[in-house]
Design a protein around this ligand. Sequence first.
Ligand code: BYC
Length: 322
Amino acid sequence: MPSKFGTPTDPDYLERLAEFEARVTRGEKIEPGDWMPEEYRRQLVRMISQHAHSEVVGMLPEGAWIGRAPSLKRKMILIAKVQDEAGHGQYLYHAAETLGVSREEMLQALLSGKAKYSSIFNYPTLTWADIGTIGWLVDGAAIKNQTMLAGCSYGPYSRAMVRICAEETFHHKQGKEMVMLYAKGSALQRQMAQDAINRWWWPALMMLGPHDSDSPNSGMLTKWGVKTKSNDTVRQEFINEHAPEILASGLTLPDPDLHQDADGNWRHGPINWDEFRAVVKGNGPMNKERLEARQKAYAEGAWVREALEAYAARKKQIPVAV
Ligand code: BYC
């Protein structure tokens, strides 16, 4: 039986590729059992597994504040949010598994430092205002990116995005409400909110990926309907929504060049891509801590995996009554 993942050396590759591309152009979803080029599979595994790791590592900066939330209400919201992120990781690992990669392979790539996850989670959460700011800016940027991915050509990824975006909308709203409240609060609350916005604004812009001219994967991903908007387009949408709202709340943004053009778009100053590259290479402020935290959690979960394996093996030996 021919493989459902085609390579250019296959005799019928060009014919199948044309059929696959026609399906993508018609807006049909590609499903796990369907034929697809090996390169499409590889790109999806790369992106979906990175996305899954981001959700799981993304629990760490916020999880650190659960025990220090200022009220029961805020604590309950934060617990629900962090738990949602674990669920998002699950949907995404499952989506990647439909492409023939195992959970263990993906986890080992993360734990060995080989796999990437979003740059944004390598920054520290220094005060409680960072929690609101992550909701407003980080979830805000993630929603723009993920709404774009909800229209992607791969069915399982697209459907995971629809569900994730619905939950992220709640995350975004609670963060925005919190920061807006502090912006109108005491001098200390205003200072905390401003400081958090100052520290998270640029990393939130970087999170959406390099400029289109420096984005090697975009060409193929766009051609095959995985990315339905470019990195810069998504970033522009994010700035157009968030810059005026933050300024209207009475806070400022740490970009002296930020302004609105006659066409309605908000223009930003130069992004520090050296910082972005350093963070992605593993030299950000919290890379080491984040990886160590995941490695520790994996080691401490060994007994659960062993127990599950023993249970599964035992179950196989017990005759099932019919
Ligand atoms: N961080 O060709 P490009 C959340 C890499 S979590 C690190 O443009 P692409 C949340 C990129 O991988 C949601 N690396 O790449 C959770 C590539 O390197 P490789 C997070 C980055 O893939 C908890 C190279 O740079 N969202 O919401 O076409 C609490 C060249 O870039 C980053 C996702 O994961 C980065 N930011 O486009 C709160 C979205 N950007 O792999 C909230 C899913 C780029 O070739 N991912 N690189 O070695 C995507 O949509 C796309 O991968 C990107 C980049 C738009 C990010």
